[in-house]
Design a protein around this ligand. Structure first.
Ligand SMILES: NC(=O)c1ccc[n+]([C@@H]2O[C@H](COP(=O)([O-])OP(=O)(O)OC[C@H]3O[C@@H](n4cnc5c(N)ncnc54)[C@H](O)[C@@H]3O)[C@@H](O)[C@H]2O)c1
Length: 245
C-alpha cells in the first residue's frame, strides 16, 4: 500500500538505537529521507550508513537538551535533505522509574523534564517554519503507557506531560496545518529482569511481550494522510495493558 511518504523528509531523535532506530528504519523503507540523530553522534552515523540501503539517510549528533544542537540539527536537515515534513520526537530518559517522586532533587527533575518534555517543544518550534514552507507537516511525540498507570514516579509524570504537550501543540500548530500526535508504547525492549517482564506481560490483555515492530503501524499511520483528521491524540500500543487499570 502506497502511504504517500516517498520523498518526504523526517528528523528522528534518539535514533542510533532502540525504538528511534526502528522508527527511522520504518520511514526509510517507505522512501522517506531521514535525518537520523542521537546524542551518540558516531552511533547515529553508523546507523544511517546501514539504513542508506533503503533511502537517503544522514546521521549526526544532536543532543535534544541543547538549543544550539536543535537549531544546528534542523538547519542541517533542511540544507542536506531539502526541508522537514515529519518530526519524530523519540529521545527520552528512562530514569526516575524506581525513585519516589518526593526523593527527586531539583537538578534531577530539571534534567528529566528538559529531555523528556521541554526538548520536544523546542524541536517542534524549530521545525515549524520549515513545515509551514511545505504547506504543513506531522509531529509524533514518544510518550509511554507508564503515563496511564500509577503516577508514582517521575518518568511516568514526564510521559503524562508529553501527552499533555501533544494536545497543546496540536491546538497551537493547527493553523499551520501541522498535526501533532503521540505514541505510548508498553514495555518493548530493554535489559529488564525476567520477573519484571513477567509482571508486565501478566497485566496485558495480550499475553506476549511487545516487539519494536509492533510500533511501526502506529508510526506510519500518524505520519501519513491515513490519519489526516487526527491530531492531539496519543495512541497506546501496549497489548492492552493500560485497559487493566
Ligand atoms: N523501550 C521501551 O519499552 C519504551 C516504552 C515506552 C516508551 N519508551 C520511550 O521510547 C523512547 C526510546 O526508548 P528506548 O527504550 O528505545 O531507549 P534507548 O535507551 O534504547 O535509546 C535511547 C536513545 O536516545 C539517545 N539519547 C539519550 N539522551 C539523549 C539526548 N539528550 N539527546 C538525543 N538523544 C539522546 C541515546 O543515546 C539512545 O541512543 C524514549 O522516549 C522512551 O521513554 C520506550
Amino acid at each position: 500500500m502506497d502511504l504517500g511518504l516517498n520523498g518526504k523528509v523526517a528528523l528522528v531523535t534518539g535514533a542510533a538505537t532502540g525504538l528511534g532506530l526502528t522508527y527511522a528504519e520504518a520511514l526509510a523503507k517507505e522512501g522517506v529521507k531521514v535525518a537520523l540523530t542521537d546524542l551518540d553522534g558516531p552511533g547515529a552515523e553508523k546507523a544511517a550508513r546501514e539504513l542508506s540501503q533503503y533511502s537517503t539517510v544522514i546521521g549526526f549528533g544532536l543532543n535534544v537538551a541543547s538549543q544550539e544542537d536543535i537549531t544546528e540539527g534542523v538547519a542541517r536537515t533542511v540544507s542536506e535533505l531539502g526541508g522537514v515534513d515529519i518530526l519524530v520526537n523519540n529521545a527520552g530518559l528512562a530514569r526516575g522509574r524506581w525513585q519516589a517522586l518526593s526523593d527527586l532533587a531539583f537538578d534531577e527533575w530539571e534534567t528529566l523534564l528538559r529531555v523528556n518534555v521541554a526538548s520536544l517543544a523546542r524541536l517542534a518550534n524549530e521545525v515549524r517554519p520549515h513545515m509551514i514552507a511545505r504547506g504543513g507537516g506531522v509531529i509524533v511525540n514518544q510518550s509511554s503507557n507508564s503515563a496511564y498507570f500509577k503516577l508514582s514516579n517521575s518518568y511516568a509524570v514526564s510521559k503524562l506531560a508529553v501527552s499533555g504537550l501533544t494536545i497543546g501543540l496540536a491546538e497551537e500548530f493547527e493553523p499551520d496545518h501541522i498535526r501533532v500526535n503521540g505514541i505510548a508504547p508498553g514495555m518493548m525492549t530493554g535489559r529488564v529482569p525476567q520477573e519484571i517482564i513477567d509482571m508486565v506481560v501478566s497485566r496485558q490483555v495480550m499475553k506476549r511481550r511487545g516487539r519494536h515492530e509492533d510500533l511501526v503501524g502506529a508510526l506510519l499511520y500518524l505520519c501519513s494522510d491515513l490519519s489526516s483528521f487526527v491530531t492531539g491524540q496519543t495512541i497506546l500500543v501496549d497489548g492492552g495493558a493500560a485497559l487493566r487499570i
